[in-house]
Design a binder for this molecule. Structure first.
Ligand SMILES: [Zn+2]
Length: 316
């Protein structure tokens, strides 16, 4: 089976060395921007942790590797409905807890909605204490260690404090600041950085440098940008267009949904720097307006007014 982790050579090196020395920490935390390979790395390395032949990236042939592969494939394709596993809440309701396929020693925890809930963590804790069946160890991947609600965070910490020696946790997080300090202190941290242009080309097949820069070296961001060409176009018109083009932007943005408005301000922030590099003071004022507006979008701030104001600051 081909290796999916095409980039991140530094990360690969660290993981290989730990594995070969037989010193894999029970809890590893991958952190860094989205779309740069954290989930892929977690799944690939996890395969090796469960491999019956003890190969660092999995042998691809043993029973564990074969079953694991098909689950990993589903997860990466987002085809997860059939592997959703339900447990019981404390009040006896049936609740979604994690993704679990045919592999008895592996679960993949994702947020239920926007956060990871306490019932999910309880289910993981029970799983952590079962004996491995097919593999030499058990693996729990937690996608979104920065999305544990406070109650769930405390409960999760208890599982990490005294993990069974044959249970591995691989956590991922985009915003390291939102991960509980007590979880960080019990984890081995590995930072993921934005993809370089060469890796980006290899993975996406796109050699458009402008798109690479706009995406910030993130594959998921690139996909979003492709899908949202109208927002990209509007940012360009806003920055470069004449008065009537700008006026139509101001009118149009009011009808955008929240996701598009956020993307508009993200792109504006990234592109405005090149336009205004000579005047730091003005740039700071604009950045403040962008920050405040973006923060208040969920509260229904008047975004048309905000961009009209930005235009008066930058002039033109
Ligand atoms: Zn294997």
């Amino acid at each position: 089976m081909a290796m999916r982790l095409l980039n991140q050579d530094r990360v690969k090196g660290i993981l290989e060395s730990m594995y070969k020395k037989g010193r894999v920490p029970n809890t590893i935390l991958f952190w860094g921007p989205s779309g740069v390979g954290k989930t892929v790395a977690a799944l690939e390395f996890g395969k090796g942790l469960l491999c019956r032949k003890g190969m660092v990236w999995g042998c691809g042939e043993c029973e564990s590797c074969r079953v694991y592969e098909s689950i990993a494939d589903r997860i990466l394709k987002g085809d997860c409905e059939e592997i959703k596993y339900y447990g019981e809440s404390q009040s006896g309701r049936s609740v979604f807890v994690y993704l679990k396929g045919e592999h008895p020693d592996f679960v993949f925890l994702i947020p239920d909605g926007h956060v990871i809930k306490i019932d999910q963590v309880r289910a993981v804790k029970e799983f952590a204490w079962e004996k491995p069946i097919l593999s030499p160890a058990k693996l729990i991947i937690v996608e979104g260690a920065d999305l544990l609600n406070p109650q769930a965070g405390d409960a999760f910490l208890k599982s990490l404090e005294e993990p069974p020696y044959d249970t591995f946790f691989i956590l991922t997080a985009v915003n390291i600041k939102n991960v509980l300090p007590t979880i960080i202190s019990r984890s081995f941290l590995i930072e993921f950085t934005p993809l370089d242009f060469e890796s980006f080309k290899e993975i996406t097949g796109s050699d458009d440098r402008k798109m690479y820069e706009l995406s910030g070296g993130s594959v998921s961001r690139l996909n979003k940008l492709k899908e949202k060409a109208h927002v990209r176009e509007m940012v360009n018109r806003f920055l470069e267009g004449d008065a009537s083009a700008v006026f139509s932007c101001i009118q149009k943005i009011g009808s955008y949904d929240e996701e598009d408005v956020v993307l508009f301000f993200d792109l504006l922030e990234e592109n405005i720097v090149g336009k205004m590099s000579t005047n730091i003071e003005m740039l700071e004022r604009v950045m403040d307006v962008i920050d405040e507006t973006r923060r208040d979008i969920p509260k229904g701030v008047n975004v048309s007014l905000a961009i009209a104001y930005i235009k008066t600051i930058i002039g033109g």
